[in-house]
Design a protein around this ligand. Structure first.
Ligand code: BGC
Length: 895
C-alpha cells in the first residue's frame, strides 16, 4: 500500500509439477479500477524479478491491479495471477496539512542517564503530546486512507482502536531531508456520524537521545515532537473528505510522562485522560494544537517494512534478589521491551531495568550500556494493569523488576521481541549443536539490530547505522531474512548522508556528523547495492544509486593518483577489533577495498547497460591491482604484514597474480597455523576468511576455524552461553571477566558475517558466476569438519532452494530441490567421481577439480527444477589430501 510511483517494480515466483520447469516468456498487465494502463505484451525472457513498470505515468493515491502470466518451457501459457498495489500521495499530497505540536508548554522531568561510565548526567525529559480531532462522516464510505508521519515516533487511533500494528513509526531517516510517511487502510474503523482521530507522539529519533551524545542535549532534528497526518475519505458518490492535521486538532498530555529510545519510558497511568480517543470525551481543558513552520523536506511513501512486535518470550528463570526485586532471565538476548501484568489493590511504582548479562553476584550488569539508561517505570492505578512501553526499545536478556507485589508470577511477565518485519528466508541445521547455536546467534543478532536501520548494537548509547558493519554482514543478512525492502529504505539514508565531496559517511543517518570516507565503511555505498542486486536480482537499486556510487569512486580516485588509497581515509578504522590490534596496514586494507569497489562498479555498470563505464572501471581496477601488487605482494607470495586479514583481502579482492595464488593461500594457512588454528581478524577480514579458504583448497582449515572452541573463535562465546554474536572475541573471559565497558556489546552482528559461508559453502547454495537473483546456481557442498550431515534452505526471489547432505558408511549423498525457472550445475566432491550417480541413474556430465580441497575431484551435473539426488563414494579425508599436497605441507610446517 502506497508505493512511490517511480518505484513500482514487479516480481513473481512460479510453482509447477515435475522437473525442468522454466519460464520462456511473460506478459504483464496493469490497470486502474476502470481500464488497462499497460500491457507489456509477450516478452521472451526468463527474468521474473524487479521488472520495472513502463506504462504511462501512474497517478497519485490510486489503486491498481496487476496481473502476470508466463509461458513455460514448452511454450504453454499459464493462468493469470491477481495482485494489486496503491500509489503514494505524491509531492503535493499533504496539501492543507500542517505539522502540529503541543499547544502549550510543559514542564520537564529530571531523569538521570545511565551511569555505565561513572558520570551520571541529568536529563530533562518532557511528556509525549496527545492529539485528538473530532470529525463527521455524513455519507456512505467507499474507502478511507490515513497517511501519517512525525518528527518523533507516533501511534494513531481511530475511535479508540489502534490504527495498524506498526511500532516506532515513521522510523529513522535524516528528517531534515526526507520524512517517510505510512499509509493505513482505515475504511473499517470509521462509523457514521462523529469520529475521533487520536495520536500520541514521543521523542523517538527526531527529538530524543540518539547515538553517543547524552552529555550534549540531543534533539538532532527537532526540539519537540510534531505530527503530520491526513485522512482521506472517499464516498461512494465520488466525493472526498480530507481531514488534515491543523489547528482544529486539540492537544494535551497523558500517561506517557516521558519516552526516549535510549533512556526508556515512564507511564503514570493515573494521568491517562480516560476516553480521550473516543467520541463524547470532554476536551475543554485541552489546548488547540500549534501549527509549526517546518522547512521543506521531501515526504516519501515508506519503502521499508514496518517495525512490529514479532513474538513474546516467557522468562526461563525468575530469581529474587535480596533487595526484593526480581531478575527475569528470558534465555535469549534480544531487542524489544518487557510486558507485565501488575495486580493488587494499590497504586505502586514499578521499575524495569534491562541488561544483557549478570554480574557474578547475580545482579544486573549495566556498565556496558554507557549512558543509555534502558529503564522503564510505571505508576499503576491499582487493580489489574498491563504495563508496557511503546516508544522505546532495549537490548537485553535479563530484566530487573522492582515494585511488583507478590501476586505477579512468571505468567505475568514476557519479553516482546521488536524488529523490522523481515521474514525468515533461510534455515541451517547440521550435526554440530555448537554450530547450530552459532547460526541461531547470528539470526538473533540480525533481528535485534534490524530496527528500521541496520545498527551496530541495540543496547548502549550508540545504535547507529554503521556502514562497515552493514556491508560485511549484508550477504548473511539476505540469506537469513528478506531484507530487500529494508535495505532499499536504508540505501536512501546512505545516499542522503553522502557528503557533497562524494564521500559516503561512516554511519547513516549521520545526524550532522561529517565523519566520512573510511575504508570498508564508506565502501558500503557500493557493496550493499551490489549485494542486493546479486541476492534479489534488483537492478532498480543499482540505477537509483549509480550516480552516488560514481561520485564516491571519483572522490577516491581524485585524491589517490598513485592508485594506492593513502589519502582521504577519513576515520580509517582499520581491521576493527582484531585481536592482533592494528597489525594489518590500514592503507593496504583501504587499497584492497578500493580495488573491490572498482571491480563491482564494472559489474554494476554492465548490469544496468553501461558497457563504456564498465570498461573504465575495469581499467581502474587493473591500475589499483597493479599498484597493490607493487606495494604489498612479494615474489614469494607473501602479503605485506602477513596478517590473516591481509591475505584474505588480497585473495578475496583478486589482487594476487594467478601464478602466486596457491602459494599465497598456503601462506594464509600458515598465518592461521601460527595462531594455533585460531582466527585473528577483526570486522573487516572476518566475513571473507572462510570463503577464501574454501575457494582455495582449504575447506579443512575453514572447518578448523569454525569449530575452534578456544579464544579467539566463534564457538568461544557459544560455549560461554552466548545467545547473540558478541562485538568482541573476548567480550567476557574466565580469566578477566568483562572487557572494558567502554565498548563491549553482546549483540553486534559483524563477527556473525560467517553466516554466509554456512549457506554458500557448507550447504553449497551459491549463485553461478555472473548470475543475479538466483536464476542460475552453482550447487557445490563443502562437507568437512566434524559434520556428518548439514541441511537447510533459502527462499530466493524465485522460490525455495533446499540442500542437504549426509556422509555415512563411506557414501556421500547430496539432495537438492529447485523451484521452477532455476537451473543449476551441481558439483559433488568424491574420492571416485566417476562412481557418482545422479537422478534416474544419470552419470556425471564431466569430472573436474574440486576447489575446496587439493587433490579432490568432483562430479558435475546440470539440472533444472524439481528434486534431485546424487550419491557416490565420500570425499577423501583431509589428512590424506594434505599428504598428497607436498607443497602445501611444506609451507604449513616450515617456519
Ligand atoms: C561500533 C562499530 C562501528 C565502529 C566504527 C563502534 O563504536 O560499535 O560497530 O563499526 O564503532 O569503527
Amino acid at each position: 500500500m502506497a508505493v512511490e510511483a517511480d518505484r513500482v517494480r514487479f516480481s513473481w515466483a512460479l510453482e509447477g509439477q515435475g522437473t525442468g520447469r522454466r519460464q520462456s516468456a511473460y506478459q504483464l498487465l496493469v490497470s486502474d479500477l476502470r481500464e488497462l494502463q499497460w500491457d507489456s505484451g509477450r516478452v521472451e525472457s526468463e527474468w521474473s524479478t524487479d521488472v520495472a513498470y513502463e506504462g504511462p505515468p501512474l497517478r497519485a493515491a490510486q489503486e491498481y491491479r496487476w496481473q502476470v502470466r508466463v509461458w513455460d518451457e514448452g511454450g504453454r501459457p499459464g493462468p493469470w495471477s491477481q495482485g494489486s498495489f496503491e500509489t503514494g500521495l505524491g509531492e503535493a499530497g499533504f496539501r492543507g496539512a500542517a505539522w502540529i505540536g503541543l499547544g502549550r508548554g510543559e514542564l520537564g522531568f529530571d531523569v538521570p542517564s545511565g551511569d555505565g561510565l561513572g558520570d551520571l548526567v541529568v536529563l530533562s525529559m518532557k511528556p509525549a503530546p496527545y492529539f485528538r480531532r473530532v470529525f463527521r462522516v455524513e455519507k456512505e464510505i467507499a474507502k478511507a486512507r490515513l497517511y501519517a508521519t512525525a518528527l518523533g515516533v507516533y501511534e494513531l487511533s481511530l475511535n479508540g482502536l489502534r490504527v495498524g500494528d506498526a511500532v516506532l513509526a515513521p522510523g529513522w531517516t535524516d528528517y531534515n531531508r526526507r520524512c517517510l510517511y505510512q499509509t493505513y487502510d482505515v475504511t473499517r474503523l470509521l462509523v457514521p456520524g462523529d469520529n475521533v482521530l487520536g495520536a500520541v507522539v514521543a521523542d523517538g529519533w527526531a527529538c530524543g537521545y540518539v547515538g553517543f551524545d547524552a552529555k550534549r542535549r540531543a534533539a538532532h532534528y527537532a526540539s519537540d515532537p510534531l505530527l503530520l497526518a491526513l485522512l482521506v475519505v472517499r464516498y461512494t458518490d465520488g466525493s472526498e473528505e480530507r481531514v488534515p492535521t491543523d489547528e482544529r486538532w486539540m492537544s494535551s498530555t497523558g500517561a506517557v510522562v516521558y519516552a526516549d529510545l535510549l533512556m526508556g519510558e515512564r507511564r503514570e497511568l493515573v494521568f491517562e485522560p480516560k476516553g480521550w480517543d473516543q467520541v463524547g470525551y470532554d476536551a475543554s481543558s485541552w489546548a488547540p494544537a500549534s501549527c509549526r513552520e517546518v522547512s521543506a523536506r521531501s515526504l516519501v511513501a515508506d519503502p521499508g517494512p514496518p517495525v512490529r512486535v514479532q513474538e513474546e518470550v516467557s522468562p526461563k528463570r525468575l530469581v529474587a534478589l535480596p533487595t526484593g526485586s526480581l531478575i527475569a532471565d528470558f534465555g535469549q538476548n534480544l531487542a524489544g521491551w518487557v510486558r507485565l501484568k501488575a495486580h493488587g489493590p494499590q497504586a505502586r511504582v514499578v521499575e524495569v531495568r534491562h541488561g544483557e548479562m549478570l554480574n557474578p553476584d547475580g545482579t544486573l550488569y549495566v556498565e556496558n550500556l554507557r549512558t543509555a539508561r534502558q529503564t522503564d517505570s510505571y505508576v499503576t492505578t491499582g487493580g489489574e494493569n498491563v504495563l508496557e512501553p511503546r516508544f522505546t526499545f532495549h537490548g537485553f536478556r535479563y530484566a530487573e523488576i522492582s515494585g511488583l507485589d507478590g501476586t505477579s508470577g512468571p505468567e505475568d511477565i514476557s519479553a516482546c521481541v521488536v524488529h523490522s518485519d523481515i521474514a525468515r528466508t533461510g534455515y541451517f541445521d547440521c550435526s554440530s549443536k555448537l554450530v547450530n547455536r552459532l547460526y541461531s546467534n547470528i539470526d538473533w543478532s540480525q533481528r535485534a539490530n534490524f530496527i528500521n536501520v541496520p545498527t551496530d548494537c541495540p543496547q548502549r548509547d550508540e545504535r547507529l547505522g554503521w556502514l562497515g558493519d552493514a556491508q560485511i554482514f549484508a550477504r548473511t543478512a539476505a540469506y537469513n531474512r528478506d531484507v530487500a525492502a529494508f535495505f532499499s529504505k536504508w540505501l536512501d539514508d546512505v545516499a542522503d548522508a553522502q557528503l557533497s565531496s562524494g564521500a559516503f559517511s561512516d554511519f547513516a543517518p549521520r545526524m550532522g556528523y561529517d565523519w566520512a570516507g573510511a575504508p570498508a565503511w564508506a565502501d558500503a555505498g557500493v557493496i550493499v547495492p551490489w549485494t542486493m542486486y546479486k541476492m534479489y536480482g534488483d537492478k532498480g537499486v543499482l540505477e537509483r544509486h549509480f550516480n552516488a556510487m560514481v561520485s564516491w569512486m571519483d572522490f577516491v580516485s581524485a585524491h589517490n593518483p598513485s592508485r594506492l588509497w593513502t589519502s582521504h581515509l577519513g576515520n580509517n578504522y582499520g581491521d576493527w577489533l582484531s585481536p592482533k590490534g592494528d597489525s594489518t596496514p590500514r592503507e593496504l586494507l583501504a587499497t584492497a577495498y578500493w580495488a573491490y569497489d572498482a571491480t563491482l562498479m564494472a559489474e554494476i555498470s554492465e548490469a544496468i547497460g553501461l558497457p563504456g563505464r564498465a570498461d573504465e572501471y575495469r581499467r581502474l581496477a587493473g591500475e589499483i591491482r597493479a599498484a597493490f601488487q607493487e606495494a604489498y605482494v612479494r615474489a614469494d607470495g607473501r602479503i605485506e604484514s602477513g596478517t590473516q586479514t591481509a591475505y584474505v583481502l588480497a585473495l578475496n579482492m583478486g589482487l594476487v597474480p594467478d601464478d602466486l595464488r596457491a602459494i599465497t593461500a598456503s601462506r594464509l594457512v600458515r598465518a592461521i597455523a601460527e595462531e594455533d588454528w585460531h582466527i585473528s581478524t577483526g570486522f573487516v577480514g572476518v566475513g571473507y576468511i572462510l570463503p577464501v579458504l574454501s575457494s582455495n583448497g582449504y575447506s579443512d582449515v575453514a572447518y578448523r576455524l569454525l569449530e575452534q572452541r578456544s579464544y579467539p573463535s566463534w564457538l568461544y562465546s557459544v560455549e560461554r552461553g552466548a545467545t547473540t554474536i558478541w562485538e568482541r572475541w573476548d567480550g567476557w573471559t574466565a580469566e578477566r571477566g568483562f572487557q572494558s565497558p567502554k565498548m563491549n556489546s553482546f549483540n553486534h552482528y559483524s563477527l556473525g558475517s560467517v553466516g554466509e559461508w554456512l549457506y554458500r559453502f557448507v550447504l553449497g547454495i551459491e549463485l553461478a558466476p555472473g548470475a543475479a537473483g538466483f536464476n542460475r546456481l552453482l550447487l557445490r557442498p563443502h562437507p568437512g569438519g566434524s559434520l556428518s550431515y548439514a541441511q537447510g534452505w533459502f527462499r530466493s526471489v524465485r522460490g525455495v532452494i533446499s540442500s542437504s547432505w549426509v556422509r555415512q558408511d563411506g557414501q556421500f549423498t547430496f539432495e537438492v530441490e529447485l523451484p521452477p525457472n532455476v537451473t543449476a550445475s551441481v558439483h559433488v566432491p568424491s574420492a571416485d567421481p566417476e562412481e557418482v550417480v545422479g537422478p534416474g541413474g544419470a552419470r556425471p556430465e564431466r569430472i573436474g577439480d574440486y576447489p575446496g580441497a587439493f587433490g579432490q575431484r568432483e562430479a558435475v551435473f546440470e539440472i533444472g527444477s524439481g528434486r534431485s539426488s546424487f550419491r557416490g563414494p565420500e570425499p577423501l579425508a583431509a589428512p590424506l589430501l594434505e599428504a598428497q599436497s607436498e607443497q602445501q605441507a611444506r609451507l604449513v610446517l616450515e617456519p
